[in-house]
Design a protein around this ligand. Sequence first.
Ligand SMILES: [Zn+2]
Length: 452
Amino acid sequence: MTVRTPPQSGFHPDSSPVRLRLTGERKTGRRRGFLKQVHAACAALALAAFSVFAPVQAAPQPAVPIAASTPAAYVPLILFSIDGIRWDYLNRGVSPTLSALAAGGVRAERMLPSYPSITFPNHYTLVTGLYPDHHGIVANTFQDPAAPGGVFHMSSKDEAWWDEGTPLWVSAERQGLPTATEFWPGSESAIHGVRPSHWEPFNQGKRADQRVDSLLAWLDLPAERKPRFLSLYFDAVDTAGHFHGPDSEAVNTAVAATDTAIGHLIEGLKARGIAANLIVVSDHGMAAVAPDHTVWLDDVVDPAAVHVVFADAVSGVDIPETAAGHVAEAKLLAPHEHMTCWDKAKVPARLHYGTNPRVPDVVCMGEVGWLIETRAEQARRHFHLQGEHGYDNTAPEMGALFIANGPAFKAGTVIPPFPNVDVYPLMAKVLGVKAERNDGDLAGVRGALAGR
Ligand SMILES: [Zn+2]
């Protein structure tokens, strides 16, 4: 398959009154959603995000990898996302549980996110094996020419936004395997009419250990209802990275707290005698951003002449069919310091981005460590981001974490870097689910599988 990808969420009015052609979205208070709330985390919008730093229930440590030899008919696959945990955070000595899982299983040198290296596109890539250009979640905020007036944002639940892809949990459910999601982008929607058997609306205030407890409760269900595929999502590391930068003590504290929660899960699995296959991933890494490293779009074009759909490390700009719009387009496409812009049809093929109608007309990639902003947007934000992602997906700073541990995986193995589209065929193989058409290649990660 071929495809290309898009950009970053933005600080745009993603709550504009939208969704005309996409059928009505639910907006009950309890389900306000992943989108909006993770947006706060990942775009570092102010939020009371530090609730996630609340003390995590103490778990015995260091955790020991799940025994690969436990004879059990029930071997669930559990996919963890630690949002924004960069591949090299593992070397900081603050995550003994993750280190034990890596030592007793498989670790990738680093995993390459898809472009743009932002949260929603990459989480959906991980569970579909499709580049963002192909699964249609092309940014954290975007529009669709087929749905005039509609704006996707991180709390959008209408299936029409999501159904260009088929998440693993949908395929598993169709093939008779119950699934459960303790948060994952898309898991609050009935995609192709199918939801996980067990799921919860995103609640950023729910502590990491409480999320683990919810997952463990699903493992205590009667055999016929026990999920075979489960997902778990932690957001504290990303939030700390945005607010304090990747090299901050706050990031190390968040990594340690998340690690403790994972230890709690592993103890819970051991107590139940469950030999699970565990895959720990992140959606992207994090780069430090200096206070004066901003490319002001206002200095390049007249903001009134274009529509900035999203901005930051990557920016997507729609060009109106007006004389002023064409002037602005030419200015954007000219060479710039710290920013490269392409007509969406000319985005480099290696980025797999730009063919989807949802990708804005012009895509601008920031140099690593630089932001692309409008002054109006910065004024709305009220603070300076000290860490950001969304850059070139091959930049080391954008590299993601990948660890696999369990009966299906080798022990003590390090595999070379690979693209995150390969995680999906790997999970389908481990789960025994027939995969949908995808952009991944099992060959890239076959070295992780036991018996190979
Ligand atoms: Zn993220």
